[in-house]
Design a protein around this ligand. Structure first.
Ligand code: AMP
Ligand code: MG
Length: 322
């Protein structure tokens, strides 16, 4: 329903004036809605910026999507256990960032969670609660130390036949940072980019006021938990309401705790503000898995980040925010 509502928005292209001002466009990208709101001196400039920024997101998707058999990550997943696979600098950078956040979160964030995501039915197929022995078997192929990177020669290897990398927890953030860079290169100084709930705010609005982003109540879409004011900052939310299934009243969500092999428990949503979108994306997933207490202890060690978490008891807690 939410996606349907958003999809209707796709046909709308807003331009406040043909000379200059605020322009908005939305596209369907990376399995979600991508929206850019920007200020430009002419519609021509704005259009060129939209084309280039959306094209950059589409390029990142074509490198990192598990749904595309010919994406670089799909080739790595198929052949990486046999031979080192040469990849683009973009994929290498994303994998390096992934391993960095795995280390920082002590494995709560882990892109090798793929076999578990697949087992629980979140990568197509049937959504179900697997048997314990299936979980134990899948867990043997999980562990970020199984991704071997040679940054100099841009080569990736996987240590094991069943290792399967899923960049779903970080690729949107990376795409957002790349699209922001593209806008800047084209002379756009003020913009708000939203890729499926991962947001980057470039500078302020022209009146000097920061961009305002509402964080929704995870159990009631119509209610706002808090309003964030952002300038050159990113925000991302990981929530159990995005993709899940329910059996006997129990909710199983798409974010898996790589240590137990089961959907993470303890958080209903985790929101992280950070200087870059790749950080906020990876860290929101990490905090969701770690829970508010351990998650915030991690955030406190990283400069420039803040967070809001809603626990499974609907307790709202904040870190480095009023
Ligand atoms: P996000 O919405 O950014 O929290 O990303 C969730 C997606 O990341 C899931 O749909 C999976 O594709 C993937 N994922 C699930 N669990 C993890 C995890 N523990 N670490 C990294 N990625 C994960
Ligand atoms: Mg994430």
């Amino acid at each position: 329903m939410r996606i349907l509502l958003k999809a209707v928005f796709l046909t709308i292209t807003l331009a406040s004036s043909s000379f200059g001002g605020e322009f908005k466009q939305a596209r369907w990208l990376m399995g979600t809605v991508a929206e850019i709101d920007l200020f430009a001196d002419s519609e021509t400039k704005a259009d060129a910026a939209f084309e280039a920024a959306f094209a950059e997101m589409a390029k990142i998707d074509s490198l990192m999507s598990n749904w595309k058999a010919d994406s670089e990550i799909s080739i790595v997943n198929r052949e990486g256990h046999i031979r080192p696979v040469k990849v683009s600098p973009e994929l290498m950078e994303t994998l390096e960032a992934s391993l960095k956040y795995s280390r920082l979160s002590r494995g709560a964030f882990d892109v090798t969670v793929g076999p578990l995501v697949r087992l629980w039915g979140f990568m197509g197929g049937e959504k179900r609660v697997p048997a314990l022995d299936e979980i134990v078997r899948a867990l043997r192929s999980v562990g970020y130390e199984k991704v071997l990177l040679d940054s100099g020669s841009l080569k990736v290897q996987l240590a094991g036949v069943g290792v399967y990398v899923d960049l779903g927890g970080i690729a949107k953030g990376y795409a957002l940072d790349r699209a922001t860079l593209t806008l800047k290169r084209l002379g756009i100084q003020r913009a708000l980019l939203d890729l499926g709930g991962n947001i980057y705010a470039l500078e302020t609005r022209p009146d000097g006021k920061p961009w305002e982003v509402g964080v929704r109540n995870p159990r009631d879409e119509s209610r706002i938990l808090t309003v964030l004011r952002l300038k050159n900052q990113a925000v991302a939310t990981s929530g159990d309401y995005e993709k899940y299934f329910t059996i006997n009243g129990k909710r199983y969500s798409h974010i898996i705790d790589p240590r137990t092999g089961k959907p993470a428990v303890g958080c209903v949503s985790a929101t992280v503000v950070a200087p870059t979108a790749v950080e906020s994306d990876a860290l929101s997933t990490a905090v969701f898995v770690m829970g508010p207490k351990k998650g915030f202890a991690l955030l406190k060690t990283i400069p420039g980040v803040a967070g809001i978490a809603v626990s499974d008891k609907m307790r709202v807690s904040k870190c480095n925010l009023e």
